[in-house]
Design a binder for this molecule. Structure first.
Ligand code: GRF
Length: 211
């Protein structure tokens, strides 16, 4: 069965491109049926267009409230029979109403290491040291400022609690002495591009019980 993916983006779209490539190279038995964004004129949409994937921008300013926005977004994905929604750099928090339309079928890629036990506030790094967890928008900056030697990326299920859903896949990335936010984020993204297709495969194994 070919998995129908809906991808949500807000920016560069390098992770979207990684999924496009994985589908094209048959590393993923999937089809991206719709790319949706909250911003127009972003590189991510150009990538969708180039790959011949339908895309749509929903501008939050044109909606009365968040619920209304999320309902319309969910409706778009349901119209395209999306089975799994992938947040690939989508900068909005999705409401419970949206998540209820896709139970256990919304995943996110986050640019830091998240714990297997969502309740935990600390994680053991590959060098044995303990780091706090960096959730939210500024995870790359926060890891750099904290002076830890490792950070990474995580693919996880999206729940109402931001960056606290069950982990599907993760990869550690070392922080180098002269790293800037830009250099670190770009090395994290290199790993993300391998990890996101893997995370989608993990989701298929776990949720659809396919081996
Ligand atoms: C990635 O680092 C992802 O972890 C975070 O947003 C960034 C999106 O990058 N959620 P891109 O738009 O895929 O290049």
């Amino acid at each position: 069965m070919t998995l129908k993916l809906g991808v949500l983006v807000s920016g560069e779209g390098s992770n979207l491109q990684a999924v496009i490539d994985a589908v094209r190279d048959k590393k993923l038995n999937a089809e991206i049926v719709l790319v949706a964004s909250d911003k127009s004129e972003i590189p991510a949409l150009k990538k969708a267009e180039k790959a011949g994937i339908p895309y749509k921008t929903l501008n939050p300013a044109e909606f009365s409230d968040r619920e209304n926005y999320d309902q319309t977004l969910a409706h778009e994905f349901l119209k395209h029979q999306v089975q799994l929604v992938v947040l690939a750099g989508f900068m909005r928090i999705l409401s419970a109403k949206f998540l209820a339309c896709f139970p256990d079928a919304v995943i996110n890629i986050h640019p830091s290491l998240l714990p297997d036990d969502a309740e935990k506030e600390e994680i053991t790094l590959p060098d044995g040291t303990i780091s706090r967890i960096f959730r939210g928008k500024n995870a790359v900056n926060l890891a750099l400022e904290a002076g830890v030697s490792w950070t990474g990326c995580t693919v996880h299920l999206v729940t109402e609690k931001v960056d606290q859903g069950p982990v599907l896949a993760k990869k550690a990335v070392p922080i180098l002495p002269h790293d800037t936010v830009l250099s670190l984020h770009s090395r994290i993204k290199e790993e993300e591009h391998h990890l996101l297709p893997l995370g989608i495969q993990e989701w298929v194994k776990k949720m659809l019980k396919v081996c």
